[in-house]
Design a protein around this ligand. Structure first.
Ligand SMILES: Cc1cc2nc3c(=O)[nH]c(=O)nc-3n(C[C@H](O)[C@H](O)[C@H](O)COP(=O)(O)O)c2cc1C
Length: 411
């Protein structure tokens, strides 16, 4: 738990959450930080909060004390985004500081009422509005709807050039005592890049078009620091995370990186016999291959690696005239996140009738995924040498295609 100074008059308070499923759904093996910022002019604002889980608001309040900040000095609470991982502490805060003013978007006002029964002392802000905190400190607001709920705004401190972006430009990964990019080694930055991809693919992915619009809008601001609601603060190179997010948004409709994700499932090891040869064939072409088994791998991990992959290989058998069910569930999730235009190949075993392929075709059609498949290869029972040779050959072809596509559109 820590409180640090992000810039003159700006403090970052943070609480980590670990051992939970984020949004009740996504595993976060490395945890997540929830960041809140205190901005001081003559008046004091707190921008974003943390969730209301047991003990988390108390952590935030004890950090106020550590920093010598009197809770009663808080005049404004700026709510960029109403999702309870940022606003859940409001009820606790109200108990110790009843007379603050909330600054938020028009669309957040009815949400304040429905989530927390709050309806007075609320100022509505939108594009072009600002809040003068005195001592030269003015907060400007920009609507960035659907990054990640419809009511979302970003707040920009014109004095320090700090963009408080809430869910935009965030990453997973708990943070101990070094929350700024200028304090981190290249390896640590790499860790947070991977955590940013997983955060993006799991949480923000479906809103990639709004993300692009938000980047366009915020791109006009003289940003010197990016201070998101999750993850590290970017002040040595604030445009790095903005450019990373621009790329992640492009990955949705592809192409992505020159990587392949192979997802496989197998009941009795028949399909599995071809997985190793498939991976080796693609790696021999110099392509990075991410391998996930269903249902063992989490959706979160699978989604993150498919998000960055231009190619996908699916390996699964037929099960009750359809495809192996956990594979169908994963594909359904990929379709809902609109992961489109992948180069793909599918192989798998069946016993008598087949049926997996038919369901795969239906899912692709229903979710309009536009994946371009090489001819699928199915085998009865165990694959023989000819099947394995053919699978190797198609995987090599896929890998070569992926390299060509990614090289032609570097993102
Ligand atoms: C519960 C169950 C349901 C199955 N349903 C079908 C089916 O509808 N059609 C078919 O052709 N094979 C079916 N099979 C046979 C499998 O597809 C076959 O055993 C295959 O080799 C399994 O491959 P795996 O070991 O990679 O899981 C079924 C097998 C099981 C265990």
């Amino acid at each position: 738990m820590n409180i640090t100074s992000a810039a003159d008059g700006i403090y970052r308070l943070s609480a980590n959450a670990e051992d939970i499923l984020f949004e009740g759904l996504w595993p976060i093996p490395n945890g997540v930080s929830m960041n809140s910022y205190i901005v001081q002019g003559e008046k004091t604002a707190i921008i974003d909060g943390v969730c209301g889980w047991d003990g988390v608001p108390q952590t935030l309040f004890s950090q106020f004390e550590q920093a010598g900040i009197d809770v009663n000095s808080i005049d404004y609470v700026v709510i960029n985004h109403m999702e309870p991982d940022h606003s859940g502490w409001l009820e606790d805060f109200r108990k110790i500081r009843p007379d603050f003013t909330i600054v938020t978007s028009k669309k957040a006002v009815p949400m304040l009422e429905s989530f927390y029964g709050i309806h007075n002392r609320v100022i509505e802000v939108g594009d072009g509005d600002s809040l003068d905190l005195g001592a030269g400190r003015v907060l400007a607001f920009a609507e960035i709807p659907n990054v990640h709920w419809p009511e979302t705004i970003a707040t920009f401190d014109t004095l320090s050039g700090t963009l408080f972006s809430c869910d935009a430009f965030g990453s997973f990964g708990a943070i101990s005592d070094a929350p700024y990019d200028d304090q981190l080694s290249a390896e640590q930055i790499e860790f947070f890049e991977a955590e940013a991809v997983r955060y993006y693919a799991n949480i923000v992915a479906a809103f990639s078009t709004p993300v692009k619009k938000a980047i366009e809008k915020c791109g006009t601001l003289p940003i010197r620091i990016v201070a998101p609601g999750h993850g590290i603060v970017w002040r040595r190179d604030p445009h790095k995370i903005i450019n990373d997010y621009r790329r992640y948004a492009e990955y949705q409709k592809g192409p992505a990186r020159d990587e392949v994700t192979l997802i496989w499932g197998s009941m009795y090891g028949m399909t599995e016999k071809a997985v190793g040869p498939a991976v080796e064939a693609m790696e021999a072409e110099g392509v990075k291959v991410h391998v996930h088994r269903v249902p063992e791998s989490s959706w979160g991990d699978i989604l993150a690696s498919v998000w960055t992959s231009t190619g996908v290989v699916l390996a699964m058998p037929t099960y009750e005239y359809k495809m192996f069910p956990p594979m169908a569930a994963v594909l359904d999730e990929l379709g809902k996140k609109r992961v489109q235009n992948r180069k793909a190949f599918r192989f798998g075993s069946y016993g008598w009738s087949g049926g997996a392929q038919k369901e795969l075709d239906e899912i692709m059609e229903r979710l309009k995924m536009k994946w371009e498949f090489l001819e699928p290869l199915e085998f009865k029972g165990s694959p023989d040498e000819d099947h394995l040779t053919e699978i190797r050959s198609r995987c090599r072809e896929l890998a070569r295609e992926v390299k060509k596509i990614a090289a032609a559109s570097p993102v």
